[in-house]
Design a protein around this ligand. Structure first.
Ligand code: ADP
Length: 578
């Protein structure tokens, strides 16, 4: 049954019950009133007339005329108010006796007869009053009973409605509210179970359909998510580079097969564990979670050394990258850290190629050095007068061959130094060295070049400088390289200053030229291998400064450049004093 019909019926029934109760009560009150009125009208009046007639009869002796009139009036009224059985005869008898008394007013016997008749009428009416009073009492009792029955019935029905109707409406609403809460908590299997054929039944049906659709949608999304997760895991697993994913607490979320191979552990021993716990027993893990070493080195401009790891039965080289993952949650302004991904780029093939290249360069430059040296020796012999006379043109040719062979020797020398640097084979001979001697050696070495370009080489050196901890040969090599560059990039008749001074616990060697200078963009790159500023003379190899950097840093010193385009450059290095 529909809720609306139920409510209509409930309220309608209550309304009907009130009407029935009112009607029953009204009916019985009316009956009792009628009974009472009947007594008053039919019997009480007769008693009143009779009393008046008796009084008039007593007054006949004193005031006969008035008494007779009063008696006759009351008798007439009584004649019209005959209501009881036998009252008619009694009234007729009274009338007869009264007519006789009017003629013979003193007849005592007649008076007695009249009194008898009046009493007879009064007796009949009093008996009727008693009877009618009994009937009224009976009516009142019946009224009581019926009103009680109807009232009880009304009470029972109203009570039943009171108990059942609110629950009938509230219970489904309660169940529905609880189910909506469950759905809000993502429990999409929740259903409501009131299946009556009313509005709540329809509501339940709609709710259950909605919940079912949500459940289907949720599980289809879950399936999609699981599928995507599987796809990503497969992708990560199929990558050749080892990858490890950590959450923001350092808990390992995923690790691919390559990573498992190099750390030598099984996935079940790694997943869900904190990286710091694993680092206690696994040295590789320890170096992997050393977060910022690579980044900090990058910031300082230092070279990040690749990690040498023994994996797959051979030594492999990896470059570690530690990526911090942050996201911006929907509806929030702040980025939050959700973890890190450690990627190890396998650079073994490049490293192998690099080794091959370095070996090749080392071999070639080493093999070239001997024939070039013998060319130089032969040239010296040619210049010697004992070998024979040479004309001016031949002299020029010999000079040019000498320059070229000198350059070739410089290049092969640089390549050889580089191969030593790259293989980590720099043989340093660090000892107590005198900075003045190094400067003197270097300036002497470039004297011919300064003379050729008529460049003035000024030496500004502080006095009484302490000795330094350095490989004097390599330091002089760097200084010669600085001076050669300064001469090469300065115009003729210019000035180059060699400044030597104390800087805290270090001695600073600076070569200051007034040449073309270096553009800001290239300043940090001039120390890179094979780098040459675009548009500069291509006579060099682009290795001099790179090797210089290696030499100075290997001795624990620092190297750098300050320059202004068009005004000149200052190349410097600093080495620790003893
Ligand atoms: P290179 O053998 O080419 O001189 P370097 O490593 O010595 O190689 O120098 C790298 C580059 O730096 C050079 O090609 C040149 O462009 C630039 N450079 C070096 N020194 C100076 C300088 N004093 N003035 C201007 N540019 C310079």
């Amino acid at each position: 049954m529909k809720i609306k019909t139920k409510l209509n019926l409930g309220v309608g029934l209550l309304f009907l019950l009130i009407i029935i109760l009112t009607l029953v009560s009204a009916f019985y009150i009316f009956s009792i009133k009628k009974d009472t009125e009947n007594i008053l009208k039919a019997n009480y009046n007769t008693l009143e007339y009779s009393r008046n007639m008796l009084l008039s009869l007593d007054e006949i002796n004193s005031d006969a005329e008035n008494a007779i009139i009063t008696f006759e009036n009351n008798l007439n009224k009584q004649s019209k108010n005959v209501t009881e059985v036998g009252e008619h005869d009694a009234t007729l008898n009274l009338k007869k006796s009264f007519n006789l008394l009017k003629v013979n007013r003193t007849d005592q016997k007649l008076k007695n007869q009249i009194r008898q008749d009046i009493f007879e009428i009064m007796k009949l009416n009093m008996f009727a009053i008693k009877q009618k009073s009994d009937v009224a009492k009976q009516t009142a009792e019946t009224a009581n009973m019926w009103i009680a029955i109807t009232g009880t019935l009304c009470f029972l029905i109203a009570f039943n409605l009171l108990v059942n109707l609110p629950n009938n409406i509230a219970d489904p609403i309660k169940e529905l509210t609880a189910s909506i809460k469950e759905i809000a908590n993502k429990n999409y299997s929740e259903r409501v179970h009131f299946m009556d054929h009313n509005e709540f039944g329809d509501l339940a049906k709609s709710f259950n359909t909605m919940a079912q659709k949500l459940e289907e949608y949720n599980s289809s999304n879950l399936y999609k998510l699981l599928f995507e997760k599987k796809r990503l895991e497969t992708l990560i697993n199929n990558m050749n580079d080892p990858i490890i994913g950590l959450d923001n607490q350092g808990l390992i979320l995923f690790v691919n097969d390559e990573a498992l191979k190099i750390i030598g552990m099984k996935s079940e021993d790694v997943l869900g564990k904190t990286a710091s716990t694993l680092a206690l027993t696994n040295d590789l893990m320890k170096s992997l979670i050393e977060k910022n070493s690579a980044n900090e080195a990058n910031i300082r401009g230092q070279k990040v050394l690749p990690m040498k790891i023994f994996a797959d039965g051979k030594e492999s080289y990896f470059e570690k990258e530690n990526i911090n993952i942050t996201i911006q949650p929907t509806g929030e302004d702040q980025m939050i850290n959700i973890g890190d991904v450690i990627i190890l780029r396998n650079i073994t093939p490049f490293k192998e190629l690099d080794f091959a290249k370095t070996n090749f360069i080392a071999t070639v430059s080493h093999e070239l050095k001997t024939p070039i040296s013998s060319i130089k020796l032969s040239l010296q012999l040619l210049e010697n007068k004992t070998t024979g006379t040479i004309n001016e043109e031949q002299k020029h040719l010999i000079e040019s061959i000498k320059d070229d062979s000198q350059r070739l020797l410089k290049i092969t020398g640089e390549l050889l130094e580089l191969s030593q640097v790259e293989t980590g084979n720099i043989q340093l001979n660090i000892e107590k060295s005198n900075p003045y001697e190094i400067v003197h050696y270097a300036t002497e070495a470039v004297k011919m070049q300064t003379d050729q370009k008529q460049i003035e080489l000024l030496i500004e050196a502080d006095e009484n400088l302490p000795d330094i901890k350095a490989d004097s040969e390599k330091t002089a090599w760097v200084l010669i390289n600085f001076l050669t560059n300064a001469i090469r990039y300065s115009s003729e008749n210019s000035k180059i200053t060699m400044r030597l001074k104390k800087d805290n616990m270090q001695i600073s060697f600076a070569v200051i030229d007034t040449g073309k200078g270096i553009d800001n963009r290239y300043r940090s790159k001039v120390f890179d291998k094979y780098f040459q500023i675009p548009g500069s003379q291509k006579t060099g190899t682009g290795l001099g400064l790179a090797i210089s950097k290696e030499f100075i840093e290997a001795q624990g010193g620092t190297i750098g450049v300050e320059s202004e385009l068009g005004l000149g450059s200052t190349f410097y290095f600093k080495l620790l004093t003893i």
